[in-house]
Design a protein around this ligand. Structure first.
Ligand code: 0X9
Ligand code: ZN
Length: 315
């Protein structure tokens, strides 16, 4: 009688960081993690895109009956910023598959949406590499809304456009997009547990905190600033670049309707950041696939600092 070949104790990672992944491959990876690690990984669909794709979130928890503090991460609201979903996948990969990183999940749960705008993301593979927006078609003039101008907090007041053909089109109304609605509903449903929110973009390097709608600073800006500086120092020590740190308006430009501002201003998550990963390639948004690991490995050290902070203060 032949025995079935042994099942590896630690399943090998089924994701590559030497290539950018299509949305289907990303979804497959998440579902493989859910079946390989049923006690720690759950994958849920939190909505559908305009074109009908499922919006997946992976929840990573080592236990605690669903009452531990949550770090919420999303990436890829801007379609062309490919390094952002790649970085989210790397975080998922390390938290789930690298047993040496188990301390990061000891007392904190991680909920990660690796691609918040998969319609746009897929479109950048098939049609137009530099597409930024969603793919909704509300106007006869042009397609797509800037998801990061679509949140209902000082919506369309500054740094956004009412013209459907603009790359910063705020939408016909706040939360016109099913993708931003899905994130809003998820945050509201989990508001009591989410202690920190990170949205991954490119390109920077910038570590930004609210507000993006005004040059005024939130009351707790010193906490936000100090934590960002600590995260930056850690990733610099691992060979990463020096991030510019400050409020979105003061460091980058004024732009209202971003997910970071809404999450803090309405969602009640005090610690809310936009992280612009370093750029690369001919247009900044297109670092070669051979650079993915060089970019995301030091970056993980910044994520570790955020995780440690939440563990120390809420865990
Ligand atoms: O403009 C944006 O949405 C972000 N920069 S990007 O180059 N990735 O498009 C910055 C957003 C900062 N946050 C807010 N303005 N609320
Ligand atoms: Zn962006």
């Amino acid at each position: 009688m032949t025995l079935v070949k042994s099942i590896p104790k630690t399943p090998e990672s089924r994701i590559s960081f030497t290539e950018y992944q299509r949305y289907d491959e990303i979804r497959q990876y998440l579902s493989q993690l859910a079946s390989s690690y049923p006690s720690t990984v759950t994958v849920q669909t939190i909505g559908q895109t305009y074109e009908g794709r499922p919006l997946d979130i992976i929840q990573i928890s080592s236990g605690g009956d669903g009452s531990r503090p949550v770090i919420l991460i999303d990436a890829g609201i801007h379609a062309r910023e490919w390094i952002a979903p790649a970085a989210a996948l790397y975080v998922i990969n390390q938290l789930v598959e690298n047993t040496a990183e188990s301390a990061l999940t000891d007392s904190v749960d991680w909920h990660i949406i690796p691609v918040l705008n998969p319609d746009g993301y897929e479109y950048t593979f098939t049609d137009e590499r530099m597409w930024r927006k969603t793919r909704s078609r509300a106007s006869i003039l042009c397609t797509g809304v800037d998801g990061n101008r679509n949140f209902d907090f000082h919506w369309n007041e500054v740094g956004a456009s009412s013209y459907p053909c603009s790359d910063t089109y705020a939408g016909s109304e706040a939360f016109s997009e099913s993708e931003t609605q899905a994130l809003r509903d998820y945050i509201l449903a989990n508001a009591n547990r989410i202690k920190l929110y990170l949205t991954f973009h490119s390109y920077g390097p910038y570590l930004l905190y609210p507000w993006g709608y005004t040059s005024e600073l939130p009351d707790d800006w010193e906490t936000l600033d100090a934590l960002a500086r600590q995260a930056d120092a850690a990733q610099q020590a691992a060979g990463g670049p020096s991030y510019a740190i400050g409020s979105s308006t003061n460091v980058l430009y004024a732009a209202a309707g971003g997910s970071d501002d809404w999450t803090k201003g309405v969602g009640g998550v005090a610690l809310s950041y936009t992280i612009e990963l370093p750029g690369g390639g001919s247009q900044g948004f297109n670092p070669p696939a051979s650079d993915i690991l060089n970019l995301v490995t030091p970056f993980f050290e910044a994520v570790r600092v955020f995780g440690q902070y939440v563990a120390d203060n809420y865990g």
